[in-house]
Design a protein around this ligand. Structure first.
Ligand code: ZN
Length: 372
């Protein structure tokens, strides 16, 4: 692969300062390694593979890179294992908002599964309240450091479990109180989203929003079910929609019915390039379907998924794409506006973020380049 960067390519510093929007980020996949070590010590959690933050950070990355699902899942057993108290959840959420803001993210929807944080005796309500408190604290600290960020929570239900309706009701009770939507996550194969139809139907009756992890490892049937049976507003990953697109030798492209539907209806795809490389859903950044999906004007967005396990950030994801596809600030703005349009907050608030924050931010960076 040859690098696509040119004189017009944005520098890492400009990419970091560019206003970015993140729709797919897992709270238990984004802890600082030093925080994992602290929280394990404070709570007496005995199972960490390393207690030095640097070595632990490397361990997370190698385990996620190993290609072994068992080792990949082990990483989350440690992060979730140290997130079982109110204080731990507040700290992790606050640091998440702080880290994203320092990286130039101006709006984020961060997801977590409340049902995974009950081992220390918290109730589902207490988990949601602790995470919300942490996000507000992180937003406040970010403001003090000169960054502006707004963070909304998505409540995730685990697809192999049977609590999705309960979690959907929890999300609905906390809407307008920091929770902006609902998600289901976990192994796709064997656990189709249609197992959770009662949760999705409940949310639709409540005029609420949800996204579904679909089309990551498992292909088109999973995407089709998420959209046409469950009524998802967005697709978590959705990258396998590429299987319904034929690219001919002469460069012409033919979309199947499902890919056409996704593009025509502007269904947002929460694409996570680095995460896909680790799980084998793509073999390199240059070959990642995001290049084609962007060219074909799908509603593509760029996301981090698990910043700790993938050793990434929004800026890193953008840097990889600039390197692979020669993207300019215009492309990065396009992805950011796409993501903001697809957020679960009200339309007028999305529009204000686009017109008052995102567009002026990119305009300033572009003018810096002009007068260099
Ligand atoms: Zn995910």
């Amino acid at each position: 692969m040859t690098s696509q960067t040119t004189a017009k390519s944005p520098t890492p510093d400009r990419i970091r300062r560019a206003p970015k929007v993140l729709l797919h980020d897992h709270l238990d996949g984004g802890l600082r390694p030093a925080t994992v070590v602290d929280l394990a010590r404070e709570s007496g959690y005995p199972a960490l593979p390393e207690t030095d933050p640097d070595r632990l950070g490397r361990w997370f990355r190698q385990a996620a890179d190993s290609g072994s699902l068992e080792r990949y899942l082990e990483t989350f057993s440690h992060t979730v294992g140290v997130m079982q108290t109110r204080a731990a959840l507040v700290r992790v959420a606050a640091e998440c908002a702080e880290d994203l803001a320092a990286d130039g993210v101006v709006y984020a929807e961060v997801r977590y599964a409340p049902e995974q944080h009950l081992e220390g005796g918290l109730t589902l309500e207490e988990v949601v309240e602790a995470v919300n408190e942490g996000f507000r604290e992180g937003e406040r600290r970010a403001r003090e450091a000169g960054h502006r960020i707004r963070v909304g929570a998505l409540l995730t239900a685990m697809r192999h479990a049977a609590r999705s309706l309960e979690i959907a009701e929890l999300a609905n009770r906390h809407r307008d109180l920091g929770v902006v939507g609902f998600d289901i996550a976990g192994a796709e194969a064997g656990y189709p989203p249609t197992r959770h139809l009662d949760a999705f139907e409940y949310l639709k009756r409540e005029n609420n929003h949800f996204t579904i992890h679909a089309g990551e490892a498992f292909g088109l049937p999973s995407i089709w079910q998420a959209l046409q049976w469950c009524g998802a507003d967005r697709l978590g990953h959705g990258v396998r929609i590429i299987d319904d697109i034929q690219v001919h030798d002469d460069g012409t492209v033919k979309l199947g019915r499902l890919a056409s539907y996704v593009r025509d209806k502007r269904i947002p795809l929460e694409l996570c390039p680095s995460s896909n490389l680790q799980t084998g859903a793509a073999s390199s950044y240059a070959e990642h379907p995001i290049g084609l999906l962007r060219r074909l004007h799908f509603r593509a967005t760029v996301n981090t998924d698990n910043r700790l396990m993938s050793h990434t950030s929004m800026s890193q994801e953008f840097e990889h794409l600039v390197e692979a596809f020669g993207y300019t600030l215009d492309d990065l703005q396009w992805f950011s506006v796409n993501a903001m349009k697809s957020a679960f907050i009200p339309f007028d608030e999305r529009l204000a973020m686009i017109n008052d924050v995102i567009k002026p931010g990119y305009a300033e960076l572009k003018s810096e380049w002009l007068f260099q």
